[in-house]
Design a protein around this ligand. Structure first.
Ligand SMILES: Cc1cc2nc3c(=O)[nH]c(=O)nc-3n(C[C@H](O)[C@H](O)[C@H](O)COP(=O)(O)OP(=O)(O)OC[C@H]3O[C@@H](n4cnc5c(N)ncnc54)[C@H](O)[C@@H]3O)c2cc1C
Length: 432
């Protein structure tokens, strides 16, 4: 059955004022997510004529904020990860954006009761040991292997929890994730932004020359000038293009004439699809207090991999769906209602039906069924660890790639995508 891209039903909280495309662009940017916005801003800063073509009727890509009951809620990216190296943190601080540091404290819930201090300490120790061992394994020379193989065997009852959380934030179970690619992500020093990450990116797109509703279908680079065709009938030419569409989309629905060189094509096709979806809860009676705290729920039959409680101090929470839960939902009836039933069943097991009396699930994301993302981010499977690097070079100086998938240190994040957008823009401007 068709799955509605449920997050797509919610309007963005901010729509930027956009400028018309220049008549004779020097560079075309495809996609107006974090990477495309960064590339366009950087090219304009450098005095270049740029045109951005975006498939959707909004900017921001996998980062979008909507208003639910008057509160700004992100339906995609929410954390500004890796503060010290995230360009969106640096820029936000310079612009005096309302950033706040993510708390370090988290909740532990065991079966049907709050965890004891010794259980919380044991959980923290297990995560620290796993991080150390995976980090060592990743630094080893020799052939790549699944990240799961580097987990210490003796984490006791917390081992399953560690694997579940790392599988969630990796986008696939650790048995399907490259060890050599794995610990590139810096999780320390995270931030949130009042009003939402999607709204922040949309503000950064203010006044940029972006054509919405313009899905690119073909890139013809057979001549010195690249020609870009869209489904809306618009055709544009330029000296070069920066392609920021997700790898999962690039794999299936964008044609290149002539075909891309085999090494580039192999790098793109070798990524796997990472899945991470939000079910947004409105749950005033949740037992979790304190703003923006993660909750570890362990024990019992259902073990939710991620719960972020009381977003910005509101009664909103995220219940995160990982790849196996999304697959189980899709294998059944699928759709947002099936996801809601799944979430209720899990919460009822741990908190009892009575506590769910005021639980509402106003939104469930389904980025995996959205034709413009086809997943949450690109995952490097074991043996494919060179892919991000392979895509950094231009194709004959005319095609450059950018986006979260190219970032070695911040893969899967909006900050990484933004960094890559700036890098590709600088390379394109330098080459003109
Ligand atoms: C549920 C969820 C939660 C997440 N949480 C976080 C988080 O907390 N923190 C974090 O940093 N990251 C998070 N991420 C990841 C983050 O959203 C992405 O890594 C980042 O937004 C990717 O930016 P991008 O520019 O590479 O790609 P995108 O944002 O996908 O932008 C690409 C753009 O290209 C457009 N496009 C696609 N095909 C075409 C075409 N043919 N023609 C023209 N345009 C096209 C798309 O519409 C899109 O606007 C999350 C992702 C999801 C799904």
């Amino acid at each position: 059955m068709p799955h509605p891209p449920t997050h797509a039903h919610f309007p963005p909280s901010h729509r930027p004022r956009l400028s018309p495309l220049p008549a004779d662009p020097e560079i075309i940017v495809i996609g107006a997510g974090a990477a495309g916005i960064a590339a366009a801003r950087r090219l304009i800063e450098r005095g270049r004529r740029v045109a951005v073509l975006e498939a959707r009727d909004r900017v921001g890509g996998r980062a979008v904020t909507t208003l639910l009951r008057g509160h700004a809620v992100d339906l995609g990216a929410h954390w500004l990860h890796a503060g010290p190296i995230n360009p969106l943190v640096r820029l936000g601080q310079a612009r005096r954006e309302p950033l706040r540091r993510a708390p370090q404290e988290s909740h532990v819930w065991v079966g049907r009761r709050p965890g004891r201090p010794d259980e919380a300490a044991a959980s923290a120790r297990a995560f620290a040991r796993a991080d150390r061992d995976i980090g060592r394994g990743a630094a080893e020379a020799g052939p790549d292997r699944p990240a799961a193989s580097a987990l210490p065997p003796s984490l006791g009852p917390w081992g399953a929890r560690v694997a579940l959380v790392h599988g969630l934030v990796s986008g696939l179970p650790l048995s399907e994730v490259s060890l050599h690619d794995f610990p590139s992500m810096e999780y320390g020093d995270n931030f949130f932004i009042a009003g939402g990450y999607g709204a922040y990116l949309a503000r950064l797109a203010d006044t940029l020359p972006i054509a919405l509703d313009s899905p690119v279908t073909r890139i013809d680079w057979s001549d010195a000038r690249v020609r870009v065709e869209t489904a809306s009938g618009l055709t544009l030419g330029a000296r070069s293009v920066i392609v920021t569409v997700p790898m999962m989309v690039l794999r299936e629905s964008l044609a290149f004439t002539p075909a891309l060189p085999p090494g580039i094509r192999a790098a793109i096709d070798g990524f796997h699809t990472g899945i991470y979806e939000h079910a947004v809860l409105h749950w005033p009676s949740s037992p979790f207090r304190g703003a923006d705290r993660l909750a570890s729920i362990v024990g019992g039959r259902h073990r939710p991999p991620g719960l972020l409680a009381r977003l910005d101090g509101t009664p909103f929470h995220y219940f995160e769906l990982d790849a196996p839960s999304a697959a189980a939902i899709d294998a059944g009836l699928g759709g947002a209602d099936a996801a809601r039933r799944h979430v209720r069943a899990v919460l009822a097991e741990h908190f009892g039906f009575a506590r769910l009396h005021d639980l509402a699930i106003p939104a469930v994301s389904a980025w995996r069924h959205d034709p413009w993302s086809r997943g949450s981010w690109a995952v490097v499977p074991p043996g494919h660890a060179g892919a991000r690097q392979a895509l950094q070079d231009s194709v004959c100086g005319r095609i450059r790639f950018a986006g979260e998938a190219l970032s070695r240190l911040q893969w899967g994040t909006a900050g990484g995508a933004y960094q890559e957008g700036m890098r590709a823009a600088d390379a394109a401007a330098d080459a003109l």
